[in-house]
Design a protein around this ligand. Structure first.
Ligand code: ASP
Length: 441
């Protein structure tokens, strides 16, 4: 028997029409046994997600401000779905109790987890299958990390083989029974944790896009889709800003190698993107998988003659960063040079102090600051052991007049990162894309 976990994001369950699509997707495949819903998301751009409204409710209660009006908006969304689909699961009463609990000062985690809880109740009735509370399934340990054994045992205890169940996303319980949520967007993680516990064959993650594109369509409108990507490539790309999945999603399924299939609720026949553990034989040599990047970094270039002979140089530098609590992204180095690439949001107002300390403690010959830098990562297993990849990439940048300020290639060779000026970011991404996909206009 094939076991599929199907997680549906907030946009897939935002209203009646989306609920109907989700039902037909689930019922069309009896292997879709574990259904993990998010809370209803935005129905249009200006709309507010249920989870955000719940955060607001909690804030109102903690400031002793009436929260009834906001709660009404929440209740109306669920009741509208319940009524229009004739679900009839007496949600009114559950909502009433929930409101009472929120008003009595329930914890933040409890309050915001209700978005998924209520949606899970509604969906399970609509599908005619059993609701299993995530508090009974997803177990966190004392340190707030998921306990895989306890979760697997609970799944065995609370579900029967071959039975379809709905388990709400985003939360679980601590050893003392209190609720704990994952980070925002964390229903993705629930899906992965359930997939591991159920030893699923596949984890389907249903959202509103048909998987990943090679690069941001805002920059390259005709960007090709990515059919297959490895966990490692995805990790590199999402770190650099490509967002579809919560970035912690892959860890629970990584070891067991359960593939994740990103699918589009609004285009269910599209194969989407498959995230797998090994690329072979799907990644052709010499190809790239994706390009992603982020703006607003500062590069601090440090030069000192015979730097490498001086023991403790890098340690002193790292100690300064640690003391000022500044995290850096990259530290490419040359013979007598070393650069620190730091996100502007990390630096805040600490730049002057940082420079002062480096000057004082490391006494460099040259200390230069390049603000307004962007990083562009070109990622792909197909790049490894293939000559000519960097030549193609740098020729493309040169031909489009992009000045490369920094180069960093991961030792695994699946990633080449270049630092360019913010103003050249889009140009850099587009020129790399076209160098590797010349057929796309
Ligand atoms: N509803 C939660 C959020 O908005 C979790 C999720 O959607 O994955 O962050």
């Amino acid at each position: 028997m094939t076991i599929k976990v199907a997680k549906f994001g907030g946009s897939s369950l935002s209203d009646t029409a989306q609920y109907e699509k989700v039902k037909s997707i689930i019922l069309s495949d009896p292997d879709r046994l574990f259904i993990v819903p998010s809370a209803p998301g935005k129905r249009h751009r200006e709309d507010i997600k249920i989870t955000d409204l719940l955060y607001l409710c909690h804030a109102q209660v903690s400031h002793r401000v009436p929260f009834s009006e906001i709660f009404r908006m929440i209740a109306d969304r669920y009741l509208q779905i319940e009524n229009s689909l004739s679900i009839n699961c007496q949600l009114e009463q559950v909502l009433e109790n929930t409101k009472h609990e929120i008003g009595s000062g329930a914890s933040l985690d409890y309050v915001v987890s209700r978005g998924e809880y209520l949606n899970g109740l509604l969906l399970s009735h609509y599908l005619g299958c059993r609701f299993v509370d995530a508090a009974d399934i997803i177990h966190f340990n004392q340190d707030g990390l998921v306990d895989p054994d306890a979760t697997r045992e609970a799944l065995e205890k609370f579900t029967s083989p071959g039975e379809r169940v709905v388990i709400p996303g985003f939360y679980g319980s601590l050893p003392d029974g209190s609720l704990k949520i994952f980070p925002r967007g964390g229903s993705d993680i629930t899906g992965a944790v359930v997939a591991r516990a159920a030893a699923a064959d596949i984890y389907e993650n249903w959202t509103d896009v048909s998987g990943f594109l090679v690069t941001d369509p805002g920059i390259v409108p005709a960007s090709k889709p990515i059919h297959t990507i490895t966990y490692r490539e995805l990790r590199e790309l999402s770190y650099m800003g490509a967002r579809v999945l919560h970035e912690e999603t892959i860890f629970p399924v990584l070891e067991s190698g359960i593939p994740i299939n990103i699918k589009n609720t609004n285009d269910p026949l599209n194969p989407g993107t498959m995230i797998v553990s090994y690329a072979d034989p799907v990644t052709p040599r010499g190809s790239i998988t994706g390009i992603a990047g982020r703006k607003d970094f500062t590069v601090i270039a440090i030069e000192k003659n015979l730097m490498k002979r001086e023991s403790g140089f890098v340690r002193r530098l790292l100690t300064i960063l640690e003391q000022l609590q500044i995290r850096f992204e990259h530290m490419p180095s040359g013979i007598d040079t070393l650069s620190l690439v730091i996100s502007n949001s990390e630096l805040n107002s600490k730049l002057d102090k940082l420079l002062e300390e480096i000057q004082h403690q490391c006494q460099p010959d040259l200390l230069e600051v390049y603000p307004n830098m962007a990083l562009v990562a070109t990622v792909g297993h197909g790049m490894a052991y293939t000559p000519g990849i960097s030549a193609r990439l740098f020729t493309a940048l040169y031909q489009s007049g992009v000045n490369v300020r920094m180069i960093d290639q991961g030792s695994s060779e699946i990633n080449i990162i270049v630092g360019v000026e913010n103003k050249d970011f889009e140009k850099a991404v587009a020129s790399i894309y076209h160098a590797f996909f010349p057929e796309t206009e």
